[in-house]
Design a protein around this ligand. Structure first.
Ligand SMILES: [Zn+2]
Length: 279
């Protein structure tokens, strides 16, 4: 018999807790470590949709990248959004476990999965940890140089589709070989990408001013700064789900089933481009 605790042990070997950032809140959020597990669902976000999927699939454990309870919680009453989810999970006998910034840094975690999905051979972390261990983000190389325009298409084709789409900043003909990636919100690492001298930096949630300052700053400093590719936060972290399914399957002997959620939990669901010419 496999228990929730057995799966947690496997997950924490792959994504050690000590790799988590100090502000993070990770681990078991509800459920009993001694409870039996026959099947697991892995998703980026614990939301109404993924909890409904967990219930529909009859799993006993939902593993997510983002924690449900990251900030202070004073009530889990059913009429609060998070309390409602926790009630549904507990009533359905489903444990919830999250592997967040520990999975960002760990070898084989969020960033290695993103790099592999884009077809990169990883050469090292974008922000190494002081002790020389794993770190945040990854730098990798493409099998052969390609233009930025082709690279933006590569990213769009290899990640799951979202309404947000994929946006690029830079000369479309620029040749790309070395790539930095950071799953999730990565504008705080723009300067690390510049220092690393990569050709392009792929991340999510890039805001107007940091992106503009990066681009204009390169001209002012007389240096060729990395091109930027901005994807939906959910899409950048979704490769974590399959990687985690593999970690669990490899670490648990027996017939435990793993499911990767394909429910898109990106909050943006509609996009439009101007089609009418102003009169
Ligand atoms: Zn994230």
């Amino acid at each position: 018999m496999t228990t929730v605790g057995d799966v947690i042990e496997v997950l924490e070997r792959a994504y050690p807790l000590e790799l988590a950032e100090s502000w993070d809140s990770i681990g078991l959020e509800c459920g009993d470590r001694a409870a039996r597990v026959d099947s697991v669902l892995i998703a980026v976000d614990p939301t109404e949709a993924t909890v409904a999927e967990a219930i529909a699939r009859g799993v006993q454990l939902l593993v997510t990248h983002h924690p449900l309870l990251l900030r202070g919680v004073h009530s889990v009453a059913f009429d609060t959004p998070k309390g409602r989810l926790l009630h549904k999970l507990i009533q359905s006998g489903i444990a919830l476990y999250s592997a967040h910034t520990n999975a960002d840094s760990a070898t084989g975690g969020v960033n290695d999965a993103l790099a592999a999905t884009l077809g990169l051979t990883v050469t090292g972390p974008l922000i190494p940890k002081a002790d020389g261990g794993q770190g945040l983000g990854r730098i990798g190389v493409l099998p052969a140089p390609e233009t930025l325009a082709a690279f933006v298409s590569r990213v769009a084709n290899r990640l799951p589709e979202t309404a947000w789409g994929v946006r690029g900043l830079g000369d479309p003909d620029r040749l790309i070989t070395r790539v930095a990636v950071m799953g999730g919100s990565g504008d705080s690492a723009l300067e690390n990408a510049v220092s690393a001298g990569v050709d392009v930096y792929v991340t999510a949630d890039l805001r107007h001013h940091p992106a503009l300052d990066h681009s204009v700053g390169g001209i002012a400093r007389g240096i060729e700064v990395p091109a930027l590719v901005d994807v939906a936060h959910w899409a950048s972290e979704w490769p974590f789900c399959a990687a985690t399914a593999n970690v669990i399957s490899a670490g648990i002997a027996g017939s435990l089933k793993t499911h990767v959620s394909t429910v898109c939990t990106d909050p943006w669901t509609i996009s439009a481009f101007k089609t009418e010419v102003a009169q």
